[in-house]
Design a binder for this molecule. Sequence first.
Ligand code: KG4
Ligand code: ZN
Length: 338
Amino acid sequence: MKILAIESSCDETAAAVIEDGRNIISSVIATQVEEHKLYGGVVPEIASRRHCESINGVVKEALSQAEMKLDDLDALAVTYAPGLIGALLVGVNFAKGLSLSSGLPLIPVHHLRGHIAANYLEHKDLKPPFLCLVVSGGHSHIVEVRDYTEMTVIGKTRDDAAGEAFDKAARTMGMPYPGGIYLDKAAQSGDPDAFKLPRPKLSGNPYDFSFSGLKTAVINLIHNAAQRGETLPTADLSASFRKTVVDILLTNFISAAEKSGYDRLVLAGGVSANSLLRKRTEQECKNRGWKCYYPPLQLCGDNAAMIGSQAYYEFLSGNTAGMKLNAAATMDIAAPVY
Ligand code: KG4
Ligand code: ZN
């Protein structure tokens, strides 16, 4: 089954043709990152405009690289939630138009389910059930993936997402958007024990996260040093921050796996590109005789290939949409409404 998938939830306009949920026939991404860099983060209005300008060309290019026409496809798929509403609407309306004119069925895909599915494109043996840590710019979830379209969130952030914390700490250190990547690089040459940073103490659900205290602590350290006319060593601060975030994520992820009996752990989302998170998850799994999976770097960030992969499984579960499909800025990964 060949699916043309479209993704426009944030600042990448992407289209891909995917076969049977597992094989990438073509994948095209037009990123807007250089323009948003000027403002230190994504400007939603600019993102929507650029999606409008790029989407036609990106979809054409994905079909051309696949050497296919609409007639060669079996279905269309689109990210409809969650994300920036104006950005999502561009993809959703384009996909609806294409579905109406071609008669192809339209499959709505939840963006975070797509991030999880990025793993299916790389690891052909990976099948649910498994436990997944979904860490992106807007979300930090521990998800029990019981089946391709059946999941339960067993822990999540109560405030900032991990990616957001990375980006804000990096910005305060003077790094460009998206800061997580730059902070990860700077951390390579730093001492992770140079700064002792706070870890959250939360009551209630033991698998929930919190990153706002840590983020504020780093921002205060930098501002206090600046008031004294000092600058802190960026590499050491980056390494200490990265280690603390990874410790917070893995403490809950590992204990959730131990408690619920999962021995296959999967990383997903933009932050799964973090080199320490990948290394440490691998080590923790190896120590316990568990299996560890994460996407290749080019599939960690936003792309349409992952949307086409998840779309295949949504289609098999009967999840298609009609012309009433709307975009939504927020949507539960466990119980999407189409
Ligand atoms: O999944 P994604 O591409 O977009 C959303 O759906 O939000 O995630 C983007 C986030 C950004 O916050 C970015 O800084 C972070 O992923 N990120 C990283 C790394 N690469 C991307 N964070 C830490 N280390 C990295 N290497
Ligand atoms: Zn994403």
